[in-house]
Design a protein around this ligand. Structure first.
Ligand code: SF4
Length: 347
């Protein structure tokens, strides 16, 4: 082969390699681009994941603070009626002494940030939320918050296996805590918490009217009779002076839940239904004339307040469900603002 031909062949080879190189180059760029795209996507995902985790952490912190405040500080409306009761009781009486111990207990719990009673109660959450809300996600975070609050000492390890009596779950288990969700039209999330002691829960009662032994018929007079019967039966138990949450009507389950929800009302309000508002006042006045008094020691204050609600019922049933709350009336609430931080205290 002549030198020229060889050179030509070499040139052709060079061109071919260049061409191939040219063709391959865009492939490299595409790979890089794809890699960059994937990295960008995963970075975005990581940012979103971090944001979600941060929001979960903030929700957990908000719930822990809600538990701490509920367990250790009585809201203003409750402190006010307790101070009024302390003023009302006569100097030198056991009732006055009992009320002053209660008052001192409340102040000590607040100053030391410690539970105001050794029984930190059943943990009841009432959540009002907008449509786009995950109940499961909330419960998961709230459960974690309950465990942490228990470790911090704001809650006693208070939940036992009913059949074995074992207490190993840091306040978690079937029915514990108790969650009640309600969808509302507002855009915000409101979380209310009630810590309801066992002693006062034990003196709650449910009556089916008519009740022959009390001569209580299916009317408001019958309702009044059974409520007063429950107050008399509770004397000396349930750590009075207390507050009654009552539901007239409903079925047995709905009635008890509504009676507890009545305890979420502000103590200085009265029912929007005039008949029930009158009955609420009448029950408090009558109970305070019974002479049962604080802790059942006698005195002028048996009840601090009474809240009554009503639900429809079947023609065949007429229930009156009564929930009793002791003086350690631990309930508080928060509105969650941006990023699940507490934006407002509800009591
Ligand atoms: S009834 Fe209330 S005050 Fe009495 S022991 Fe139970 S939680 Fe405490």
């Amino acid at each position: 082969m002549s030198k020229k031909k060889v050179a030509k062949k070499k040139t052709t080879k060079k061109i071919t390699t260049k061409k191939i190189a040219k063709k391959k180059a865009p492939k490299k760029r595409t790979k890089k681009k794809a890699f960059r795209k994937v990295t960008k996507k995963s970075t975005k995902k990581n940012v979103i994941r971090k944001k979600v985790n941060k929001q979960k952490d903030l929700l957990q912190d908000s719930i822990i603070e809600l538990i701490r405040q509920t367990s250790t500080i009585l809201p203003g409306d409750i402190q006010k009626v307790i101070l009024e009761a302390l003023e009302r009781e006569k100097e030198g009486t056991t009732a006055k002494y009992a009320m002053s111990i209660i008052d001192a207990n409340i102040k000590l719990a607040k100053s030391k940030s410690q539970p105001m009673c050794q029984d930190t109660g059943t943990i009841l959450f009432f959540i009002s939320h907008p449509a786009e809300f995950s109940e499961l996600a909330f419960m998961k975070t709230a459960n974690k918050a309950v465990v942490l609050a228990t470790k911090k000492g704001y809650l006693r390890q208070n939940s036992v296996d009913t059949l074995t009596g074992a207490n190993t779950t840091m306040n978690l288990g079937p029915g514990h805590p108790s969650f009640h969700f309600h969808e509302h039209k507002k855009k915000t999330i409101e979380v209310r918490l009630m810590l309801k002691g066992g002693g006062c829960e034990n003196v709650g009662a449910q009556y089916a009217l008519p009740n022959v032994s009390l001569d209580a018929g299916r009317d408001l007079d019958g309702v009044r009779k059974v409520i007063l019967d429950a107050i008399i039966k509770a004397q000396g138990k349930g750590c009075g002076p207390g507050v009654l949450g009552i539901c007239i009507g409903g079925d047995r389950g709905a009635g008890y839940i509504d009676s507890k929800e009545q305890l979420l009302r502000h103590l200085d309000d009265s029912s929007p239904n005039n008949t029930l508002a009158d009955l609420e006042r009448d029950i408090v006045n009558t109970a305070n004339k019974l002479g049962i008094g604080p802790m059942g020691f006698g005195g002028k204050t048996t009840l601090l307040a009474c809240k009554i609600g009503v639900l429809n019922r079947l023609p065949a049933s007429y229930f009156v469900s009564i929930s009793y709350m002791c003086w350690a009336y631990r309930r508080q609430g928060i509105t969650l603002g941006s990023h699940n931080k507490i934006s407002k205290w509800l009591y």
